[in-house]
Design a protein around this ligand. Structure first.
Ligand SMILES: [Zn+2]
Length: 181
């Protein structure tokens, strides 16, 4: 098969899966309305003890049942952060980046040395982008619920996600950006 056709098929498959995931994954989840301090917001609840919130490109907001035990300010800040990801189109920008990354990797598939160098550059770029998105979502959340509420949430739960291999910046970095911005 022609390389270009193969490459296009791989990219289309990745895009279809990425775009279908929220519909498949959240289809059966219970919808509840959370009275945040910036108005009522509809979210879907995933039965998990851990505290977590996430979102999808189609505007779907998901929180874990573990999160429902937190004070309303914390829940509001977490939801505001996820709304930031949606409004700033971070999911779609990530998808675009994945497409470009895959296309470049597949293009250099026959030349392993170049592929390794290109992969390292892309991994670093992906980490940078992901950290940038977190800081932007924090800043957006700050404008909705107030910086102090976002800082409180990060100080309580932010460090768990951060780490050497994590795409999340450390809690301290996030708090510093919020204080400065
Ligand atoms: Zn985030």
């Amino acid at each position: 098969m022609n390389t270009f056709i193969l490459l296009s098929l791989v990219l289309i498959a990745v895009d279809v899966i990425y775009l279908a995931i929220p519909f498949i994954l959240t289809r059966k989840l219970k919808v509840i309305e959370i009275p945040t301090n910036f108005g009522n917001v509809k979210v879907k609840v995933m039965e998990r003890n851990e505290v977590n919130a996430f979102s999808f490109y189609n505007g779907e907001l998901i929180i874990t049942s573990g999160m429902l035990n937190l004070p309303l300010e914390d829940i509001s800040a977490a939801i505001a952060h996820e709304i930031g990801h949606i409004k700033l189109l971070h999911h779609l920008k990530t998808l675009l980046f994945i497409n470009i990354m895959l296309a470049i990797s597949l293009y250099f598939f026959g030349t392993p040395y170049i592929l390794i160098i290109v992969s390292i550059i892309m991994i670093l770029l992906q980490r940078f982008l992901s950290r940038l998105f977190e800081i932007q979502a924090d800043s957006f959340a700050g404008s909705l619920v107030g910086k102090e509420n976002v800082i409180d949430l990060i100080m309580k739960f932010g460090e768990r996600k951060a780490g050497l291999l994590s795409t999340h910046p450390s809690a301290l970095v996030r708090v510093n950006y919020l204080r400065r911005g």
